[in-house]
Design a binder for this molecule. Sequence first.
Ligand SMILES: [Zn+2]
Length: 334
Amino acid sequence: MNKLQEMPKIELHVHLDGSMRLETASQWSKESLDVVREKMEAPIDCVDLNNYLTKFSFPLSLLQTKDHLTRVAYELVEDLEKDHVIYAEIRFAPILHTKQGLSLQEVVEAVLDGLKKGRIKCGLLLCLMRNEKEENNRKVIEVAKQYLGKGVVGLDLAGAEGMYPTSNFASLFQEAQKQNIPFTIHAGEADGPSSILSAIQFGAKRLGHGVRIIEDSSLMQLAKKQDITLEICPSSNLQTRIVTNYADHPLFALFNQGLHVTINTDNRTVSNITLTQEYQKLKDAFPFAEEDFKAMNLYAVQASFLPEEEKQQLVEEYLSQWEQYLHIHYSKNN
Ligand SMILES: [Zn+2]
């Protein structure tokens, strides 16, 4: 087995719909793998985030029943396990799965059922959508509250950041704060530092992507001071043209400047990537030491939305897995 594959990992930013297996989509749609691939994988160079987002309509059309939601959630956990992920926070937007009459509760329960069948620990994040009506997003906050501590660990805000500025969503996150629901916000991807500043002001402790923080050194200082964690997804950023090639990605620079950087896939199918491949690309592009990957994973544990006690257990679990990993790979040669 590939050494990087065996490295223990934490993943905080992975979307359910964008990570649905091609084989499953092909089976349900009765279309060939090639046709399905064309509909679900984004080209290496999309025009922008809006273009990338068109790749979600096909998987979403197949994810409108409880059985399908349960199976896709379970399959994603299996795929995470292959990358030796020991804890993941999986996200999706429940509102997008109610087109054939499921209630928000039924949608969330179906996904939780799938996650529970897997062999690794997972938390679920419910995404509010930038293009949704406020009343619908408020319903999702209510459902998050209902299932908090029962599989749901927090909220997110997703969708076209360039078209619907983060600053528009203050009242939703006031409500989340009031309800004590932790949240992350996609910010600093298609939009720049102002979006990141809004997210931090709303109380987000994590930023989905957040890469464009590199454009503003005072914002970087603020993020460091407040222990803000960046959920970085390099391959996805390449496709949405935030960066033009892997070596230009700011992840390495941000890490070296002391920001809490974590490594994620975003959408395994849309980007045709596994977490192990993402690590490999980073290792090839930058002079990362192995311990740096450990540090980033420990940042991820600290930034997870697990209760404090479970977080401590996860730190111990991670460190023990790390020791085993070192033992397997280095004891033979010494
Ligand atoms: Zn994302």
